[in-house]
Ligand binder design. Structure first.
Ligand code: ATP
Length: 413
């Protein structure tokens, strides 16, 4: 059977993966074998997410009714039901529904009604709390397919420490990364010297190690010196797979979806308030504003290095009329050409514009010149993919260390 759970946490605490890890132990205690623990990240733009829009699916062998009552009691006990935005969902099905609902939940939006239809079709047991929104994530989790997959070892704190500062030795995390990268990734951000794998929120997670196999994430965790963990669980996940990206065309992008778009740079980047960087790209007459926000740090220099007529692929979520960049590919680099008024042949001073389409004029001697001076600079960027640093990476974004982005479903264009 497949047990799906979602929406048990709140900004004040809890985490659906922790509830899942506790459930695994309770199921085993009741003689129910657990074959797989799966963590799926859904649409990162879902409006009601608490943090990373996670849902879990546990594949187990045993009596579904027994599992249903154990899991239901655990949600009653651990979910933060006092929070208005916590609306848990629990589903158990003996076979997986078709994966379409999962892809819709990762790449688009779903309703509770749509989830209920799927659950009815497969004769699933289900229970929703309050407005039942968690049934969406729970149903997506049991419908999930992972054509590409990664692993995360999540270590959880003992309950008496929840909400207190975490004790994890910083150097040991850098040592874990040094010993296991590129088989694990994003434990630290080496360039910005920041620890990424230890959360700052009051939830039960002590740290999370992401990598290509259970053996590698366990090897990395073995280097970490920290307060005693209460339990640890290795999850198979869709994290770091770009499952959220579909190919898109400028002019047809829909708000709240995430895309890879081929385009031509229309204008050089500008840096605005808050040090956020904006660049405009085009496809024919259609234009698209792309943003590299301040937390993307050095990635903004990549965006600033692009010049008009560069051929690019831009990837990210489309929200409020902007594509929020996760990565960029420079396919074909244009010449970096800038134009400025020419030098006067007679007096050697720089001329000024004589007006729109009227050429240039020397203020001193009145000489005129039709053409501007053309300055071609060497490019500071070469063709290839560029990504935001680990501190700014979304759970679903595929780090370049795993290879180039690969689109799987293009059904929303
Ligand atoms: P948790 O640890 O509890 O999973 P979270 O940050 O992952 O926290 P949730 O608290 O689960 O976020 O909130 C996300 C809510 O949005 C859930 O109720 C989930 O069912 C719902 N949801 C997820 N994906 C979609 C989607 N594509 N369309 C509509 N609702 C969605």
């Amino acid at each position: 059977m497949l047990i799906g759970i979602d929406d048990t946490d709140s900004p004040a605490g809890m985490c659906t993966t922790y509830l899942g890890a506790v459930l695994v132990r309770k199921l085993r205690g009741a003689g129910i074998g657990v074959a797989e623990t799966r963590l799926v990240r859904l649409n990162p733009n879902a409006p009601h997410k608490t943090r990373g829009n996670a849902a879990v699916c546990i594949r187990a062998e045993g009596d579904p009714e027994t599992a249903f009552s154990i899991a239901g009691a655990l949600v009653d006990e651990l979910a933060d039901l006092s929070c208005e935005n916590t609306n848990p969902g629990l589903v158990i099905a003996e076979e997986a529904p078709p994966p379409d609902f999962y892809w819709q939940a990762v790449q688009d939006f779903c309703t509770v009604g749509e989830a209920r239809e799927i659950l009815d079709e497969v004769g699933a047991l289900s229970r929703g709390w309050k407005n039942c929104r968690g049934l969406i994530g729970a149903t997506a989790a049991i419908s999930s397919e992972l054509p590409d997959r990664t692993y995360e070892l999540l270590a959880y704190r003992s309950a008496d420490r929840f909400g207190t500062p975490r004790k994890v030795e910083r150097d040991s995390i850098f040592a874990a990364e040094a010993a296991t990268w590129p088989h694990t990734w994003d434990s630290v951000d080496s360039e910005n010297r920041v620890v990424v794998c230890v959360p700052h929120t009051p939830d039960p997670v002590l740290f999370g190690i992401r990598g290509e196999s259970p053996a590698w994430v366990e090897a990395a965790a073995g280097h970490i010196v920290a307060e005693e963990e209460a339990l640890a669980q290795v999850w198979v996940t869709n994290q770091g797979t770009d499952a959220h990206l579909v190919s898109g065309t400028i002019g047809t992008l829909l708000d709240g979806r995430s895309y890879c778009v081929e385009a031509t740079v229309a204008e050089r980047a500008t840096t605005g308030e808050g040090r956020h960087v904006e660049i405009k790209v085009r496809d024919g007459d259609e234009r698209l504003r792309c943003m590299a926000y301040e937390p993307t740090k050095g990635f903004r220099d990549v965006v600033r290095a692009l010049v008009p007529d560069d051929q690019v692929v831009v990837c990210g979520s489309y929200k409020n009329g902007s594509l929020n960049l996760e990565k960029v590919r420079l396919i074909d680099a244009a010449a970096d050409v800038r134009y400025r008024p020419p030098i006067c042949q007679t007096c050697g001073k720089r001329m000024t514009s004589a007006g729109r389409e009227k050429g240039y004029k020397c203020r001193r001697c009145g000489a005129r010149e039709a053409e501007p001076e053309c300055v071609v600079s060497p490019r500071s960027i070469s063709t290839g993919w560029y990504e935001v640093p680990p501190t700014a990476r979304r759970h679903l974004s595929k780090p370049l260390v795993r290879g180039e982005p690969g689109l799987r479903r293009n059904e929303f264009n």
